[in-house]
Design a protein around this ligand. Structure first.
Ligand SMILES: *Cc1c(COP(=O)(O)O)cnc(C)c1O
Length: 394
């Protein structure tokens, strides 16, 4: 097993049987990450299939109300409605260059499975998505969506029949079929090289922002705000700015339904803010756990932020003070969901609504400076039914 990569976090804490597969992936990534042909093809898919570049939109009405300049990075306009496709395109293309013909992935709410099916089908892979049996019932439209695009969805009946059981099954599949199969992880989590690789593929977001904000404002923003589940949209927009110390990087975690954000019990998905060191999904990071080291189930109104850990690099950047962790709870996110829809005619994903909520709460205090970029990681269409039910008190 190999050790941490980001301070005390990261590494490869996996069964010995997985090590050759990780080594092969590391070598493959090193071989192709700067290969001109690979990069050219990646660029083609991002542009013509995913619809990049995405606009950096000046939110004029919101800016007026809160007294600071607010820009939205429109990842909600990426094919599929969220940033997730940036990563699945990157990994699927890498898998193709490495000679693989099958993709496996796990999915909770179905968003990552859908993005994997999109890239996988387009590039000619057999795509297998593992999903907890409970989740396949709760998210049957996403199951249908994946099947429409030719993916095979495997409901997982073991354990609690949710995401963590699906992860185990996907890993089992990968170990048994490693010669022709790539395991496509959906966020900056898991053993090395996944956190680095997913960050690199998502960095297209921050690289575009760097150019766009210079064109529009002639300078970098004072702060960049992104919601954080595993942390891929946050690392994607933050990474190109990490060395630019004047840019404050704010990671907003989901506080769940708790009213008081200071109470640990109320912080249901906030691994950065209240998590403790431990090992989850093959890496050392900050995770939600009880005093015996058992993983606590997270909970949030937004399925995409409902993860008990956070990417190791984010945990490290939080430790050294380079990023600022903040928390928004369900009520704040719901309010922001409505407010952005009403003010700008843009319905944000509930995940992204957490980032918007933090800006609405913190902008007037001055803590975010004069020029703020929010990563609008996804669109809210998938959340309409859930929010409508909450509004109606059902
Ligand atoms: C999945 C998802 C997230 C959370 O994942 P990260 O890896 O933290 O980015 C955030 N927003 C949207 C719209 C998502 O679909």
């Amino acid at each position: 097993m190999s050790g941490p990569k980001y301070g005390k976090y990261g590494g490869q804490f996996v069964p010995e049987i997985l090590m050759p597969a990780l080594e092969e992936l590391e070598e493959g990534y090193e071989k192709y990450r700067n290969d001109p042909e690979f990069l050219k093809e990646l660029d083609y898919y991002l542009k013509d299939f995913a619809g990049r570049e995405t606009p950096l939109y000046y939110a004029k009405n919101m800016s007026k109300k809160y007294g600071v300049k607010i820009y939205l990075k429109r990842e909600d306009l990426v094919h599929g409605g969220a940033h997730k496709l940036n990563n699945t395109i990157g990994q699927a293309l890498l898998a193709k260059y490495m000679g693989k013909t099958r993709l496996v992935a796990e999915t909770g709410a179905g968003q990552h499975g859908t993005a994997t099916a999109m890239a996988g089908t387009n590039m000619g892979f057999q795509t297998h998505v593992y999903m907890g049996a409970k989740d396949t019932v709760r998210q049957r439209m996403n199951v249908y969506r994946m099947e429409l695009m030719g993916a095979t969805v495997h409901p997982v009946e073991s354990g609690s029949k949710t995401l963590k059981d699906a992860i185990n099954e996907a890993l089992r599949d990968w170990v048994s079929n490693v010669e022709n199969t790539h395991y496509l992880i959906g966020s900056v989590v898991g053993p090395h090289p996944y956190p680095m690789m997913v960050r690199d593929f998502q960095s297209v977001i921050g690289n575009e922002v760097k150019q766009q904000i210079l064109e529009k404002e002639g300078r970098y923003p004072d702060s960049i705000v992104a919601c954080t589940g595993g942390g891929s949209n946050a690392m994607g927009i933050f990474h190109p700015f990490v060395e630019d110390k004047d840019v404050d990087l704010v990671a907003v975690e989901a506080g769940g339904s708790g009213m008081k954000c200071t109470e640990k019990a109320a912080l249901h998905s906030a691994s950065l803010s209240v998590g403790e060191d431990g090992v989850l999904q093959g890496a050392r990071t900050r995770i939600l756990q009880d005093k015996y080291g058992q993983i606590l189930e997270s909970s949030s109104v937004s399925a995409g932020l409902d993860y008990s850990g956070v990417g190791p690099e984010l945990a490290y950047l939080a430790d050294i003070g380079r990023i600022t962790p903040r928390v928004a709870n369900d009520d704040m996110a719901l309010k922001a969901f409505h407010e952005l829809s009403l003010m700008e005619g843009i319905i944000p994903a509930l995940e992204s609504s957490h980032a918007v909520a933090h800006v609405m709460e913190a902008a007037e205090s001055g803590e975010l400076g004069e020029l703020v970029v929010i990563n609008l990681s996804g669109r809210g269409d998938k959340d309409l039914e859930a929010v409508r039910k909450i509004d109606l008190g059902e």
